[in-house]
Design a protein around this ligand. Structure first.
Ligand SMILES: NC(=O)c1ccc[n+]([C@@H]2O[C@H](COP(=O)([O-])OP(=O)(O)OC[C@H]3O[C@@H](n4cnc5c(N)ncnc54)[C@H](O)[C@@H]3O)[C@@H](O)[C@H]2O)c1
Ligand SMILES: Cc1cc2c(cc1C)N(C[C@H](O)[C@H](O)[C@H](O)COP(=O)(O)O)c1[nH]c(=O)[nH]c(=O)c1N2
Length: 171
């Protein structure tokens, strides 16, 4: 079978198609010698459960990039219903102080900020990374998990937020 290799997919066509994938909304945080920082990410998924590992894609052009790669620690805070303001604040163009002022934070094993009231928080160490196009794929080993089983879930789909009723997840 002849597979057409040379038909380019336009950037906008790719984005329009990706808008059809529903995704959880996460505020990714870090702290350490390279500063406290955070950004919103939907490009997060499970990689393997041995060792428990997830990935986070971060744009190398983001103002927070050096803080994340320099500190080498991250917390993936998955948002629940009613936390759209946090997603918007961490979604770009606002100062870090302003972003963190929208939530209440604690610290766990890695020192990265843990969002009080998040649906889930994965405290992680970055074990490796790979550059693809404009982004780095951060491979993050999960060292600790905090969760609210009954919390509702915030979903980003078709360029807007949707709320889902909570479901039980077990660790
Ligand atoms: N992976 C990402 O970097 C990513 C993901 C989602 C949203 N965003 C950013 O958030 C803003 C709002 O996004 P939106 O979903 O409302 O509309 P949009 O049209 O900008 O994006 C639609 C979808 O395309 C994908 N996408 C967008 N920008 C991308 C990028 N630079 N690299 C890889 N995939 C990308 C995402 O799946 C996104 O949900 C935009 O500035 C967008 O760039 C970035
Ligand atoms: C819903 C949604 C989802 C995502 C984003 C935005 C929004 C609103 N952004 C963009 C990212 O949050 C933004 O670029 C950072 O906050 C960095 O912005 P500054 O460079 O600091 O202004 C984003 N960026 C990224 O590198 N990976 C991702 O998965 C996502 N996902």
């Amino acid at each position: 079978m002849n597979v057409p290799h040379s038909i380019p997919v336009e950037r906008q066509a790719f984005r329009d198609a990706m808008a059809g994938l529903a995704a959880a909304v996460n505020v990714i945080t870090t702290d350490g010698p390279h500063g406290r920082a955070g950004f919103t990410a939907t490009a997060v998924c499970s990689v393997t459960d041995q060792p428990p590992t997830l990935l986070v894609c971060i744009n190398r052009g983001a103002s927070v990039y050096e803080s994340f790669t320099g500190n080498g620690m991250v917390c993936v805070n998955t948002l629940g219903n009613g936390q759209q303001a946090l997603s918007n604040a961490f979604g770009g163009k606002t100062a870090q102080e302003e972003r963190f002022a929208t939530g209440h934070w604690s610290q766990g094993v890695t020192g990265a900020p843990i969002l009080e009231g998040a649906k889930l928080s994965f405290d992680c160490r970055i074990t490796s990374s790979t550059s693809v196009g404009t982004h780095d794929i951060l491979i993050c080993e999960v060292l600790d998990i905090r969760q609210q089983n009954e919390a509702d879930v915030l979903v980003y789909f078709a360029r807007r937020y949707h709320e889902l009723a909570g479901t039980q997840a077990s660790v």
